[in-house]
Design a protein around this ligand. Structure first.
Ligand code: PXL
Length: 269
């Protein structure tokens, strides 16, 4: 059986369950052949007080030169935390040179949460991401990222109506399907999907705890299920369940990620 071969572009955080250390196991578990273009190598993710980081922009150019000589092509691209604005240009080159026919581009902007940018980012990065999402088929922002991208003021505990207004504003900037993650309604959490001028929703039980790295688990599982099924709602529902199972099985003392490894083992069973 021929499986899809995707390229994921994001950082390798040596400690902390996020980015490539999540994407690789999750995508493989769902049966997707996964190639990587690391964007940076960090000692650990940036929610720890201290971290080191080596940017990979220059090496990415070298890697792509050799890939071209080897005539590699990918059936899809999944982008997460890139780390610096020049890497968005690398990504565009990558789509231009290595897309199989009909290859999809799925982008999780992955630059902020709770109304704030992650520590390594600034307005230059947001601006670069505004341009990059024009090349996407699907984007997976949370409300913070959606607000930054379209220049809306972020609201805490936002209503679905507010989130839909932000999505509409964002949709003027890209033709991509928008899957807004982490929306909340009546004690439930879920996704607001905007595709072909229509809204749809996927809701699930909201668990009392929030943890770091759940966005990367969601995006990885979403990508795998969407590539296989072409069904946005199913992809959200399976990915949301994996996130919820991961949170449920996480020891409250474990602060820097979630126990997605345990949840994944059960999903596969
Ligand atoms: O989970 C998003 C993410 C990925 N990679 C790094 C991060 C973060 C969030 O803070 O710091 C390095």
């Amino acid at each position: 059986m021929l499986s899809k071969r995707i390229l994921t572009m994001q950082d390798l955080s040596c400690v902390g369950q996020c980015s490539l250390t999540v994407a690789l196991p999750v995508l493989s578990a769902f049966g997707v052949e996964t190639c990587v273009l690391p964007t940076a190598i960090l000692s650990n993710h940036t929610m720890f007080e201290k971290w080191s980081c080596v940017d990979f922009t220059e090496e990415a150019e070298n890697i792509m030169r050799v890939w071209k000589e080897n005539s590699f092509k990918f059936d899809a691209f999944y982008l997460g935390y890139l780390g610096s604005a020049p890497l968005t240009e690398v990504a565009k080159k990558c789509f231009a040179q290595f897309s199989s026919e009909g290859a999809k581009v799925i982008i999780d902007p992955a630059f902020g949460d709770d109304g704030k940018l992650y520590p390594a980012f600034d307005e230059e990065y947001v601006n670069a991401m505004r341009k990059l999402i024009k090349s996407a088929d699907i984007i997976l922002p949370n409300l913070t990222e959606a607000c930054f991208l379209c220049g809306a003021d972020y609201e805490q505990n936002a209503s679905v109506e507010f989130a839909k207004k932000v999505i509409k504003k964002l949709s003027a900037m890209t033709d991509a399907v928008i899957v807004l993650t982490g929306a909340e309604k009546n004690g439930e959490i879920g996704e607001i999907i905007y595709s072909e001028n229509q809204f749809s929703y996927v809701w699930a039980e909201k668990l009392p705890k929030r943890y770091h790295g759940t966005g990367d688990i969601f995006a990885s599982a979403f990508t795998a299920v969407y590539l296989e099924s072409g069904n946005l709602e199913k992809a959200c529902s399976v990915a949301g369940k994996l996130v919820a199972d991961s949170i449920r099985n996480t020891d409250p003392e474990h602060r820097y990620g979630v126990n997605f490894e345990y949840a994944l083992k059960n999903t596969i069973k």
